[in-house]
Design a protein around this ligand. Structure first.
Ligand code: ASP
Length: 289
């Protein structure tokens, strides 16, 4: 049995962007599902899915990331596996093409999170592809004032050996201060993973998600609630302090859950029981196969 779920961010999707969001989610899902179908690991599957998102300027991750107040790209990414609780994460990373691959290269290293110049130095040493920092900004150059919404991306996969993995990648928030780090690379905030309980990934207002430790709340709620109910219960805490968020969950039995307080939240799912991808732009929308 295998299962995979991806999301393209808690945000508002304008009509003209709907098909790009659907296509991007489907392509990311398919890249991960292909690995799982062939008996590959959940770690490889989530990396493959997130790399597709990072290479697609529709999403705020990798190429096409949000710009900070100085008009620069600073990216965060994390990958976690739920068997031995290894975490690899990078923050304020510049000049790497696929931050999720840097996070994966860090997975079995002692540090959980490396930020700034250290992240690029680690990537260089690990042989992960580097690029000029400006190469992550699509031409024509966007302005730092352009509104991007929350389009952090995420993925959770369960492989045939029952191993869960979660991955998240983001360009952060548009116009953010230099060096700002949101929830995405922080375990228990933007993501978490435990083979016995489930995996979770969030997108949205990073400060609020971190303040309310949303991923941690989902993990606790999953002991008693269904995946959908666990996300809803966590999102209720965001509503206490304001802000928008959306989250995805995958349980060890392959069941999916997701929810959002943002207007839209593009999600795609597939599993060995139902391998044809289903793509949704928001909860409650009829699926698009
Ligand atoms: N949560 C991300 C952050 O605060 C932003 C997003 O979801 O787009 O960095």
């Amino acid at each position: 049995m295998w299962s995979i779920i991806v999301h393209g961010g808690a945000k508002t999707i304008e009509q003209e962007d709907a098909s790009a969001n659907r296509a991007g989610c489907r392509a990311a899902l398919e890249a991960g599902a292909e690995i799982l179908k062939n008996g590959g690991s959940s770690i490889d599957a989530v990396e493959a899915a997130v790399r597709v998102f990072e290479n697609d300027p529709t999403f705020n991750a990798g190429y096409g990331s949000a710009l900070n107040i100085d008009g620069e790209v600073e990216m965060c990414a994390a990958l976690m596996e739920g068997t031995s609780f290894n975490v690899g994460a990078v923050a304020v990373a510049k000049g790497v093409c696929n931050p999720i691959s840097v996070a994966k290269a860090m997975l079995y290293e002692e540090p959980v999170l490396i930020a700034g110049d250290g992240a690029r130095a680690f990537a260089a040493e690990a042989g992960v592809r580097l690029c000029h920092p400006d190469a992550m900004i699509p031409k024509p150059k966007r302005s730092a004032k352009e509104e991007r919404g929350h389009d952090t991306v995420g993925c959770i996969a369960l492989d045939e050996r029952g191993r869960l993995a979660t991955a998240v990648s983001t360009g952060g928030l548009e116009g953010a201060p230099i060096g700002r780090i949101g929830d995405s690379p922080q375990p228990g905030c933007g993501f978490y993973c435990d083979d016995n309980i489930g995996g979770v990934v969030f997108s949205g207002d990073g400060e609020q998600i971190a303040r309310m430790i949303l991923a941690s709340r989902v993990m606790q709620a999953l002991e008693d609630l269904s995946p959908d109910q666990a996300v809803e219960a966590a999102l209720a805490h965001i509503e206490r302090i304001g802000g928008e968020a959306g989250g995805i969950v995958l349980a060890p039995d392959g069941k999916f859950g997701w929810g959002h307080t943002s207007e839209d939240f593009a999600v795609a799912i597939a599993s060995s029981a139902s391998p044809d991808p289903k793509v949704y732009l928001r909860k409650g929308e009829a699926s698009h196969g």
